[in-house]
Design a protein around this ligand. Structure first.
Ligand code: NAP
Length: 489
């Protein structure tokens, strides 16, 4: 077993490592299991069920059966369940953080931050449940009345990634619950434990059986494709890579599903010559090193005015080079391992490609030998235009720094990507700030701050980074249909 202390064994042992279908916790139909490993030791923590297509079908059946009654529940009731779950999560944050660190690798401090962030969605949408509005007006030419109703979309399918094992779930579950939708969720196979723990909490908070169904599986495609093609499903919300998202949009076309897609990013981080350089380096540390760089919002490339690029890169290299790596559960550790060997190999390949093409290594640049999938925090300078790092999402602790000559060139470089999730801008010039924010092709901009995630704000991307928004007052719209009634008086 990958657990080393009794406390670790206790938090893993407290998880109901089963499928959650129709309010029952059960094994997979054929009894299969899949191993959940600790990425800092590469050892198995526990086995969870490997759902079959029959299990997935049962989960969607349970969601479909529960839909009508759940849609008829009161907004107050739905809000109170979310609020109770929010309170329970915050009471158990330490245990939940340890569980997340064990399955995902990030440090305990980062896991705690994610759990608080994840719970913020429950809190926010507990309020939104009671603020679903409709409309009533006199028709433009008189005669009839225009009545507009907002109603739940219906049973939803959710697929989430491993990098934020709980928050990527609550961003979907909370607005769906608030709107009166039922759902089937499939977390990533590497990190199913946080989602199962969340389901236990929602059950304890009073969520009726069948509203939320959780399936864990080894072969995502084989399990999810039949569900997406099933007429009982009305919506698909996915967070993950652009490549998989594109396939899922194609699959969704068959049943004309409503889709929300939170996909990949390639965030530029712009530092202008008038920026507060201390603040920019602080912001860069957050934008780059949060979650070991395994975040869709991670700054992927740093475009810095040539008058300050050298100093910025040097200061960033000093800060990143001084970070302590290790198992996320250990005191003082600031950087955990990457999720698995494939992810580390990809990071290594992108760094090698940049160096081969002429980039200089200011710090890091290589993997750490030994157990776990560690890669040293890396800052690269002299980045050639052909480096793959500028175009591909690195998803690791690597910061390429490239100079620019003027604002026009900076904006053009920032937008030279098919992605458009988030951009970061550091400047003290108010007019430039507005100008650049308007010109950036991104769903979100961090202006003089290195983090944009906030349950009360609309999170999402443009271009190949996705469609739809999660969080904010926009977040619940993804789970509501609009019905117009023409009323003759
Ligand atoms: P991924 O490979 O696309 O996987 C994401 C989820 O999709 C996992 O649950 C995976 O299951 C499942 N999946 C994979 N292939 C599938 C298929 N053919 N049919 C149905 N489900 C399938 O992405 P990842 O590597 O886990 O996550 C990293 C990516 O997510 C990055 O690109 C990152 O930018 C993006 N991301 C975006 C946001 C955002 O809000 N925009 C947030 C976080 C992450 P298994 O893992 O079990 O196979």
């Amino acid at each position: 077993m990958g657990t080393t202390t009794s406390e670790e064994q206790a938090v893993v042992g407290a998880v109901n490592a089963k499928l959650y279908i129709g309010g029952d916790w059960r094994d997979a139909a054929k009894g299969g299991t899949l191993a959940v490993d600790d990425p800092s030791t590469a050892q198995t923590l526990v086995e969870v069920p490997d759902a079959t297509p029959e299990d997935a079908d049962a989960a969607l059946g349970a969601a479909a059966d529960a839909q009508a009654a759940w849609a008829a529940s009161t907004p107050r009731e739905r809000g109170e369940i979310l609020h109770r779950a929010w309170r329970l999560i915050n009471e158990r944050v330490d245990d939940l953080a340890l569980l997340m660190t064990l399955e995902m690798g990030k440090t305990l401090a980062e896991s705690r931050a994610e759990i608080v962030y994840a719970s913020d969605f429950l809190h926010w949408f507990a309020g939104e449940a009671t603020r679903i509005e409709g409309g009533y007006k006199v028709a433009e030419k008189g005669g009839s009345r225009v009545l507009v109703m907002r109603q739940p979309v219906g049973p939803c399918i959710f697929i989430t990634p491993w990098n934020f094992p709980m928050a990527m779930g609550t961003r979907k579950i909370a607005p769906a619950v608030a709107a009166g939708c039922t759902m089937v969720i499939k977390p990533a196979k590497q990190t199913p434990l946080s989602m199962l723990a969340l389901a236990q909490i929602l059950e304890e908070a009073g969520l009726p059986g069948g509203v939320l169904n959780v399936i864990t599986a080894q072969s995502s495609g084989a399990i999810m494709q039949p569900l997406i093609a099933d007429p009982r499903a009305r919506k698909l919300s996915f967070t993950g890579s652009t490549e998989v998202g594109r396939t899922l949009i194609e699959q969704s076309a068959r049943q004309i599903l409503r889709v929300s897609m939170e996909l990949g990013g390639n965030a530029p981080f712009l530092v202008f010559e008038d920026a507060d350089l201390d603040a920019a380096v602080d912001g860069a540390m957050v934008a780059k090193m949060r979650n070991v760089g395994e975040a869709c919002t991670a700054a992927n490339r740093f475009h810095v005015h040539e008058s300050v690029a050298g100093e910025f890169a040097q200061r960033l290299a000093e800060r990143m080079g001084a970070m302590k790596l290790g198992r996320g559960t250990e005191d003082g550790v600031q950087v955990g391992p990457l999720i698995d060997g494939d992810q580390r190999a990809k990071v290594e390949e992108l760094v090698g490609d940049a160096v081969d093409k002429g980039a200089s290594v200011l710090t890091g640049g290589e993997r750490l030998e030994g157990r776990g999938y560690f890669f040293a925090p890396t800052v690269l300078g002299d980045i050639p235009d052909e480096a793959g790092l500028l175009r591909e999402e690195v998803f690791g602790p690597v910061a390429p720094v490239k100079g620019f000559a003027n604002e026009e060139e900076a904006v053009a470089a920032a937008n030279a990507t098919e992605y458009g999730l988030v951009s970061y801008v550091y400047t003290r010039d108010l007019q430039r700030a507005f100008r650049v924010c308007e010109a950036l092709e991104a769903g979100m901009v961090g202006l003089n701050q290195g983090m944009v995630s906030n349950a009360g704000a609309p999170f999402g991307g443009v271009k190949h980074s996705g469609v739809g928004r999660e969080g904010g007052s926009e977040g619940i719209d993804e789970y509501l249909e609009t019905k117009y009634v023409a009323m003759a008086l």
